[in-house]
Every structure is written in structure tokens, then in C-alpha cells.
Design a protein around this ligand. Structure first.
Ligand SMILES: Cc1cc2nc3c(=O)[nH]c(=O)nc-3n(C[C@H](O)[C@H](O)[C@H](O)COP(=O)(O)OP(=O)(O)OC[C@H]3O[C@@H](n4cnc5c(N)ncnc54)[C@H](O)[C@@H]3O)c2cc1C
Length: 467
């Protein structure tokens, strides 16, 4: 295990000189919120938390840590689900929360420039007020940051039509582990000048550089959106129907899937109710665009496809209030499922046409090992979050058997042409499974890239690459 230097009082003094004493946290009470993210029940205390306010301050902090051989863990909103923001080696947590300025919204170029610590939902509302749209919409939008979205290449329900973070980001300002400031790309829709470092940094999970500023494409806000909820008596019917919608040449702007146990968890915890009676599985579908009549036709067609696929019930939400109610219920599912018992969330993704096979595999593996696995997610992207719940399992089975069950699940996912994470990243908790999805050559190249950016290994150590 790599040994780093410990933080001492002289080091703290230099941090205070760079950003001022109020933004250097050393007391355990102040540090506590930075000891965990939203991943399982993991806690790692950093020795100090810093909250810089400018790219220059980030660069000075990185140079200091680099020279002193102290590890640094960048942190956005702390909503990550793979433990990427956990300070597993102690050292410094570098929080981007004060870099929260929207620098420019530029409708002439249809681009926006923001600091990394801007909360995604805040930015979306600011754009929507101007008839503009940044469609990347992780369900954690009101707590996660744009920088964290870049680091994780975040997706969300709308990815099915609009794509993920990488499809919008055209330029970055980032600080390298030794403190050098890097600027990549810009407001350019076309740019093939050299290697695409912007795209290399997207999804690098805070292991190559600290992102401080993001330039991204924006699009016009669609005028209308219609939502439809369909209940099915089996998971397989729901999954098969979903693929039929696409083969009928309809691309919904969201296509979410929830199984009964997930629905029930949200209904029980929050005393809310989906307006359908006791389905085994739900599809929540949305279409958007500028021509309402066309959308109404599409919704009708989707409804017919659902009924032909054996849907027991279909309801349409045609007002913003009804739509908001459905989406609020959907957004509560993750937390509700996780509150049942300790859990491990697996972020499986397969080609969409393999969705029926994936839900069947998850059921088969659960039955075989006698475990509870609750599935929901962005089915339009083939991306199912499978939560294995500790309910009824001894600590010994949980510790020893679950890694084998997860490896079995991932092996099946890869056989279906899929991979082991669609949007949550590898981070700390999934790195042991990386060789199931990537070849030795790919992993070796990734190690070499890491070494070029961070030869001393001080930036977010213990993440992504297996030991
Ligand atoms: C309820 C809930 C719903 C969610 N729904 C979705 C969803 O629909 N789609 C989806 O994709 N994800 C989802 N997530 C996961 C999570 O919100 C995303 O991964 C998000 O992008 C993390 O952003 P963050 O700012 O919270 O980053 P953090 O959790 O703080 O950090 C995540 C990783 O990014 C790195 N990092 C953060 N900021 C920077 C930076 N400025 N520079 C370099 N590295 C940085 C960290 O070191 C860490 O490795 C959900 C999470 C929760 C809790």
C-alpha cells in the first residue's frame, strides 16, 4: 500500500495562507460531512478539508500537496455511488463547493461556461428561465455538481434521447496533480486539434485532474412534454414492451423501469402512491418536443404498444403537476430502496435489446443464492440499478458471498454485451471487478495514462484501478 506523508501543523498553516483560515477545516465535527458520500455505509476521515474559491487557489493547493506528498481527494456534491469522493488514504479533501459561479450563458453560440461547483439543478433552472436546456439530468440534480457530473460522465433519465455529460462538454479548465493549470477545447463544435484531452478527463473520476470550469453545449428548451405510466404483470413483459417502442421508431425523452419491490419501498417510506393498482413492473415514459399534436400521437402509439405488450393499465400525465407527481415518486425510489437495509447497488448496463435477458438473469441469480435484489433504472439506456439488500443475510454471507454473487452478475452482464457500470463509475467499491469488464491491455494503458498525469499518485489514490 502506498505510503503518503501525514498532514502537520506547518502544512495546515500553508493551506490557511492560500485560502484563508475559514476555509480550512480540521475539527472532526466540521470534517464529518466529508467522510462519506452516498455509497453504502463507508466512512473515511480526511485529515483536513479545504474549500478554495478560484482555479488559482486549487492550483496552489495541488502544488503544495504534490511537493509535500500528501494525497488529495476532489469532492463535488458528495452524491457519488461508487465511493469516488472518499478519502481512503486520508490527507486532503478538496471541496469545489465555493467554485459555484455561472460565468456565462451564451445563446449566440448556444454554449454555457460554469465553475465546477455549480449545482446541476440550479444551472438547469437558470437555463430554463431563458428558454434554454441542459438535458443531462441525474436524479441527484439538486445536490450534485457539474464538476462531479463531468468526473463521473453522469447520465440520468433523459440520456435515452439526449445523451450523457460527454455529449455536451466541449472545454474544461482543470488543475493537474502538480498544480499546472490545463485548458482544453472551448466553444467550438468542431475541433480535432490533437488528442481529445477534454474527453479523456470526462469520466476520469477525479483521478487525472481537478476540474474547475466547464464549457458545454446548450439547446433550446422543448415546449411540451407528455408522460405516460404503464403497469405490467411481469418484469419480462415490461422489458420486452420497452424495446418494441424503439423498434416502432419512437425515441422517448425518458424511459424508466421499476419493479414492484422498488415501487412498494417508495410508497411505504414516503406515503405516496403511483396511480396504478399493484403492478409487478412499471414503465414511466416521456416524450418531448415543440408540436403538441405530434406528441399526443406518439403517446397514443406508445399506449397501444404497451397494451399490445400486455400492460394491465396505462395512464397519461398531461399536465405539469401530474407529471411532477410521477417524477417525484420516481426520484424517491433510490433512497427508499436503500433505506430498507444495508445494500450494494450495482449499475448494470446492456444493449437495450438485451434488457429482457438482463432482468431475467437478475431474477435467476437472486433465486439461486436466495437473496433480495431490487431493480429499477434507466431502462431506455439498458441501464438497470440492481440493489442487493442485506435483509435476512448473516454478516458472514454478506461479506464473503456477496462479492461472488456480484462477480457472477457482472460476468453475465458482460456476456450480454454489457458492462459493469453505466453511470455511477468504478470509484473505490467496484475496482476489484474491473478485470471482468476490461482487458489486461486496456487496464495497462489506463495505468500508464494515470502515471503520465500523476506520476506521484497523489490525486484520488485507491480509485478506479485495481491494486
Ligand atoms: C439519489 C441519487 C440519484 C442519482 N441519480 C443519478 C443518475 O440519475 N444518473 C447519474 O449519472 N448518477 C446518479 N447518481 C450518482 C451521482 O449523483 C453522480 O455520480 C454525480 O455525477 C456525482 O456528482 P457529485 O458532484 O456529487 O460528485 P462527488 O460524489 O462529490 O464525486 C464523484 C467523483 O467525482 C470526483 N469529482 C467531483 N468533483 C470533481 C471535480 N471538480 N474535478 C475532478 N473530480 C471531481 C470525485 O473525486 C469522485 O471521484 C445519483 C446519486 C444519488 C444519491
Amino acid at each position: 500500500m502506498r505510503q503518503f506523508n501525514k498532514v502537520d501543523s506547518a502544512f495546515i498553516g500553508r493551506l490557511r495562507d492560500i485560502i484563508g483560515p475559514n476555509y480550512v477545516l480540521t475539527e472532526s465535527f466540521d470534517i464529518e460531512p466529508y467522510t462519506h458520500d452516498e455509497t453504502e455505509d463507508l466512512r473515511f476521515a480526511p485529515e483536513v478539508v479545504v474549500k478554495p474559491n478560484t482555479t488559482k487557489q486549487v492550483a496552489q493547493i495541488m502544488k503544495l500537496c504534490h511537493d509535500q506528498d500528501v494525497p488529495v481527494t476532489p469532492r463535488g456534491g458528495g452524491t457519488g455511488l461508487s465511493g469516488g469522493a472518499l478519502a481512503v488514504y486520508g490527507g486532503v479533501v478538496l471541496s469545489l463547493e465555493r467554485l459555484n459561479r455561472i460565468i456565462e450563458i451564451d445563446p449566440d453560440n448556444m454554449m454555457a461556461v460554469v465553475e465546477a461547483g455549480v449545482i446541476t439543478g440550479v444551472l438547469q433552472r437558470e437555463l430554463e428561465a431563458q428558454g434554454l436546456f441542459y438535458p443531462v439530468d441525474p436524479s441527484s440534480r439538486d445536490s450534485c455538481q457539474i464538476g462531479g457530473n463531468v468526473a463521473e460522465n453522469a447520465g440520468g433519465p433523459r440520456a435515452v434521447k439526449y445523451g450523457v455529460t460527454k455529449d455536451y462538454v466541449y472545454g474544461l479548465t482543470a488543475v493537474l496533480p502538480d498544480g499546472r493549470i490545463l485548458k482544453t477545447g472551448g466553444k467550438l463544435l468542431k475541433n480535432v486539434t490533437g488528442y481529445n484531452l477534454t474527453q479523456l478527463l470526462i469520466g476520469s473520476e477525479g483521478t487525472l485532474a481537478v476540474v474547475t470550469e466547464v464549457t458545454f453545449k446548450i439547446i433550446p428548451l422543448p415546449k411540451y412534454r407528455l408522460t405516460l405510466l404503464a403497469g405490467f404483470n411481469s418484469l419480462g413483459e415490461a422489458a420486452r414492451t420497452l424495446t418494441k417502442i424503439f423498434s416502432n421508431r419512437i425515441i422517448p425523452s425518458a424511459a424508466e423501469f421499476m419493479e414492484k419491490a422498488a415501487i412498494k419501498a417508495a410508497e411505504d417510506k414516503y406515503e405516496i402512491k403511483f396511480p396504478l393498482s399493484d403492478p409487478e413492473a412499471l414503465l414511466l415514459l416521456e416524450v418531448d418536443g415543440n408540436y403538441r399534436e405530434l406528441l399526443e400521437q406518439q403517446v397514443e402509439q406508445i399506449g397501444e404498444i404497451c397494451l399490445a405488450g400486455n400492460a394491465a393499465d396505462v395512464v397519461v400525465a398531461d399536465t405539469p403537476d401530474k407529471q411532477a407527481a410521477l417524477w417525484t415518486t420516481r426520484s424517491k425510489i433510490g433512497e427508499a430502496v436503500k433505506s430498507i437495509a444495508p445494500y450494494k447497488e450495482e449499475d448494470t448496463v446492456v444493449p437495450r435489446s438485451q434488457l429482457p435477458a438482463l432482468v431475467e438473469k437478475i431474477r435467476e441469480i437472486s433465486r439461486k443464492h436466495d437473496i433480495t435484489a431490487i431493480s429499477y433504472g434507466h431502462a431506455g439506456d439498458g441501464n438497470i440499478h440492481c440493489n442487493i439488500i442485506k435483509k435476512g443475510l448473516s454478516e458472514e454471507r454478506w461479506q464473503n458471498e456477496m462479492p461472488l454473487v456480484i462477480a457472477e452478475l457482472f460476468t453475465e452482464v458482460v456476456k450480454l454485451g454489457g458492462t459493469i457500470t453505466g453511470e455511477h463509475g468504478i470509484g473505490f467499491v467496484q475496482k476489484r471487478y474491473l478485470p471482468l469488464a476490461l482487458s489486461a491491455t486496456e487496464i495497462e494503458l489506463m495505468r500508464q495514462i494515470k502515471n503520465v498525469f500523476d506520476p506521484k499518485g497523489i490525486l484520488n489514490p485507491g480509485k478506479v484501478l485495481p491494486a
